[in-house]
Design a protein. Structure first.
Length: 529
């Protein structure tokens, strides 16, 4: 077949007209992975940040192929292409001189014009159910966008401070650095507040924690119908604990959740440990335990350390482990470590393989974060760890949430209140067996005596107390998890919880982590009460 000159030119023009247009600045993109992914393009003087779970295409030829296979035509030159797993979507960023766009309605399109150039975000949800999540993410990305000579070149995040203090007991120092960190945008400011709340929660009852918590909870508006049910159906204190024990006796696995910056949530598990042991529970599975730390804790005479887990250095968590160890529980770290596996699936499999697969007659306590213990999928089909565990292994867990009604806890006077979920006509609340309201004292420590101590410094300090059997040498306290820590006001006297029969080591640190005082408290000291 002969092709005339005119036809050949038409084919060439058609080919180049349909050929993907990729920005000449594409290779200048820098992808800096920290807590988020920060994208910097110095040639365009452009910066923005995105969620960390987005995978970016960095090869020009591969990007051309992706664009050719799209079911819509892109306008402008493509600068960025990324794809997220869950929520599932892909998105492009294009640069053009056109202020108009006409994309299909199933896409999410946002744009901004700077220096006569339009930066356009074109998002494509893999399924319609992800469209809301996609739109929210794109708005956050667009909000972080900086263009022009003053764009951000150096990438920093409050998470760098968190990483610095990841294996440290200098909570007051970390809190001080977080408070002084200059947050550059709204998302970083929110993250800063969350980390400040977390580190202040490691310091027991203190003004910082109460301030941050009050600010967080001030937006809550109680539902009158839920309030009425709580008033009429709630069981309190000893009856609440008895209800859990009675129900747990009928199950092989008890799953309790927590919010990581409400340390008193760990005290519920502590208060149940002895009675649960009496009815056959022998494993304590902790989401917060780092990989292989369960094996170390299961050794004779072991105790929690700063390497056990980020949240485990908090006193209520480390004391929970100490109490469980004394009662003979075996520890299980079950967090998913396989990046190629869904987190919920990995958690469920690890939990089963480390307990029931080894000992079919075992009984297991699980302390998990937030929604992992939900027994029903979400309206969008997401299955949680408890859902997968029950369906895959045919073991029905007893699930108790301390988080779903947490903001209603101030409506009761007792330490604990419990209520069956079937009283509520709410899909989310019905995804569990019971709901708990927890008012336990944050500074509670099981102690035999108190020791009178005055902060003689002219500034506030962090006090840390350690059991002598966990301190090999006096100067290695910075490697250990305290059994008690809080902030002591300048010039104030306090009654600190101590062991009447053994030595306790006391250290105080200022807001920069400098040691101010150290003291060995022995049974012979006169300060005991």
């Amino acid at each position: 077949m002969k092709i005339n000159k005119f036809t050949l030119i038409s084919i060439i023009l058609l080919f180049y007209g349909c050929s993907p247009k990729i920005s000449e600045h594409f290779e200048s993109n820098k992808y800096v992975r920290k807590y988020n992914i920060h994208l910097v393009n110095e040639s365009l003087q452009l910066y923005f940040k995105t969620p960390a779970d987005i995978t970016y295409t960095k090869n020009r030829d591969k990007l051309k192929e992706i664009i050719r296979n799209e079911d819509f035509q892109l306008k402008g030159k493509v600068l960025i292409y990324g794809i997220a797993k869950e929520p599932s979507y892909s998105y492009y960023i294009t640069v053009s001189n056109s202020k108009k766009h006409n994309y299909p309605k199933h896409l999410v399109v946002l744009d901004t014009t700077q220096n006569n150039q339009t930066i356009r975000f074109i998002g494509k949800p893999i399924d319609d159910k992800w469209k809301i999540n996609l739109e929210s993410d794109l708005k956050s990305i667009l909000f972080s966008l900086e263009i022009g000579p003053s764009f951000r070149k150096e990438i920093s995040s409050v998470m760098e401070i968190v990483g610095k203090y990841g294996a440290s007991n200098q909570f007051y120092s970390a809190l001080n650095e977080i408070n002084e960190f200059p947050a550059y945008d709204r998302n970083e400011e929110l993250l800063k507040k969350q980390m400040a709340l977390t580190f202040s929660s490691f310091l027991g009852e203190n003004d910082y924690y109460q301030t941050y918590l009050t600010e967080l909870e001030s937006r809550f508006q109680p539902n009158e119908a839920i309030t009425k049910i709580i008033q009429n159906k709630l069981e309190s204190d000893s009856n609440a604990l008895k209800t859990i024990i009675n129900e747990a006796e009928q199950h092989r696995i008890l799953m309790i959740n927590e919010n990581h910056f409400y340390p008193n949530h760990r005290l519920l598990v502590s208060d149940l440990l002895e009675n649960l042991k009496e009815i056959g529970y022998d494993y304590l599975a902790l989401e917060a335990l780092e990989k292989n730390q369960d094996s170390l804790l299961n050794l004779e005479n072991a105790y929690p350390t700063l390497k056990s887990g980020f949240y485990i250095k908090e006193q209520n968590f480390s004391n929970l482990i100490r109490e469980a160890k004394a009662l003979g529980y075996k520890f299980v770290a079950y967090e998913n470590e396989d990046n190629n596996k869904d987190r919920e699936v990995g958690q469920a499999e690890n939990l089963y393989n480390k307990t029931f697969k080894i000992n079919p007659n075992s009984k297991v306590i699980v302390l998990a974060g937030l929604d992992h213990i939900l027994e029903k999928p979400t309206s969008r089909g997401k299955k949680w760890m408890a859902t997968i565990f029950r369906n895959k292994y045919s073991i029905d867990p007893l699930t108790i949430s301390q988080t779903h009604l947490n903001n209603y806890r101030k409506q009761i006077d007792s330490n604990y209140g419990i209520i069956k979920s079937n009283y509520f006509d709410n899909e989310r609340l019905n995804s569990l067996d019971y709901l708990v309201l927890n008012n336990r004292d944050l500074n509670y420590v099981k102690s035999q005596a108190t020791y009178s101590y005055k902060n003689s410094a002219d500034h506030d300090v962090q006090v840390l107390l350690f059991y002598n059997n966990e301190i090999e040498k006096k100067y290695d306290y910075h490697k250990r998890a305290p059994y008690f820590s809080t902030i002591l006001k300048a010039g104030k006297e306090y009654e600190l919880p101590v062991n009447k029969h053994n030595e306790v080591y006391l250290y105080t640190l200022d807001h920069s982590g400098k040691k101010i005082d150290e003291k060995t408290i022995t049974p012979a000291n006169n300060g005991y009460k």
